[in-house]
Write a protein that binds this ligand. Structure first.
Ligand code: SF4
Length: 344
């Protein structure tokens, strides 16, 4: 069955005509899919019954609820969804005062191989369709209360850029969910220059670059993607594509490890690298993962590091850690392959 979720009005129009409907039926279908959040074609009662039956021979909406969930003491909820290539994916709901954020996955597994990430250890099992990306957002019980989305779950969004852009279109277009792009952040390690370019030019979402080290050699050891496209070049490329001086935000993600990238020399090097760019730094606490010798940096040093960056004119904050007890924090997502994650 082909899912309708993720389709734009012109694609829906072709399907409507194929089912013997007038082209304007596509607008009714889009309204049902995105505004009324239909879970089945049967709910599209504006369409004649015979046409709905014809549609159901080939198409479905593409909605399916989570297969399982895990709840943290801090209110974070991790949901397991049908993924791709036999591997399920996780989405993490993070309530925080007046915000409710969903961390969305774009791939089942990931081939970027970052040393600090459990998803990376799984390798890539498959990329998610726009329908499977949108389904995570629409099918959690808290869907209607979501205020923010971050594409920071499993997978590298630039490695699945076509489907990620289709999902972003459906999320932000007036015919879709009409969500403000300022409520959406897409994260990348910086592979695929044409994908990054499309993200900059074709959308207005915030962009987060996973940098994690100001030194090319060190970043290369932590993140093989550095060898394909150095982080410093990615930064310059993104900064040249938009000035990020108004409401659109460029953030630099920086996980802190003890004895690796957390001394004051690294803070100074990072501040120099970011000098003159309109960006801010999110300092992220590392959560130890099985089979890794990387250790979390003490909180006091993170604060010192943040203060050094702020003193050097770079806005930096320490991101609160959420959902560690349910393996939902940054770098801990592993879908249904958890048991394989510590074996390397
Ligand atoms: S950190 Fe992101 S890009 Fe790197 S392996 Fe994990 S999911 Fe992939």
């Amino acid at each position: 069955m082909i899912p309708l979720l993720g389709m734009n009005p012109s694609e829906l129009r072709a399907i409507a005509v194929e089912a013997g409907l007038r082209p304007f039926a596509a607008d009714q279908m889009a309204r049902r899919l995105y505004k009324l959040r239909a879970t089945s074609i049967e709910e599209m009662t504006e369409l004649p019954k015979a046409a709905r039956e014809r549609l159901m021979e080939r198409y479905c909406v593409g909605r399916s609820g989570p297969k399982a969930d895990a709840r943290s003491v801090d209110g974070t909820v991790k949901y397991l969804f049908e993924g791709a290539g036999g591997m399920d994916v996780e989405a993490v709901y993070i309530p925080d005062r007046d915000r409710a954020t969903l961390c969305v996955s774009s791939q089942a597994g990931c081939r970027m191989g970052c040393r600090f990430c459990m998803t990376g250890r799984q390798g890539l099992h498959g990329s998610l369709s726009a329908a499977a990306i949108l389904n995570q957002i629409l099918s959690i019980p808290e869907s209607e209360t979501l205020t923010n989305l971050v594409f920071m779950g499993m997978g590298e969004p630039m490695d699945n850029i076509v489907e990620v852009l289709r999902a972003l279109d459906a999320l932000t277009a007036p015919w879709g969910l009409a969500m403000s792009p300022r409520r959406i952040t897409v994260s990348t390690v910086g592979v695929n220059p044409s994908g990054v370019e499309k993200l900059i030019k074709d959308t207005q979402v915030h962009i987060a670059l996973s940098l994690h080290s100001p030194y090319a050699s060190q970043r290369g050891e932590l993140m093989p993607a550095e060898r394909a496209w150095p982080g410093a070049e990615v930064l310059r490329f993104i900064a040249a594509g938009d000035d990020f001086s108004r409401q659109r935000r460029l953030s630099v993600e920086y996980i802190m490890w003890d004895g690796v990238n957390s001394d004051m020399r690294a803070a100074t090097a990072l501040a120099r690298l970011l000098k003159g760019l309109h960006c801010r730094v999110n300092l992220i606490r590392f959560h130890s993962i099985p089979g890794s010798d990387l250790r979390p940096c003490p909180v006091a040093r993170m604060e010192e590091f943040r203060d050094r960056l702020n003193d050097m004119g770079i806005t930096a904050t320490i991101r609160a850690s959420r959902g560690e007890d349910i393996m939902a924090a940054c770098g801990m997502l592993a879908g249904n392959n958890r048991d394989k994650s510590g074996e390397e």
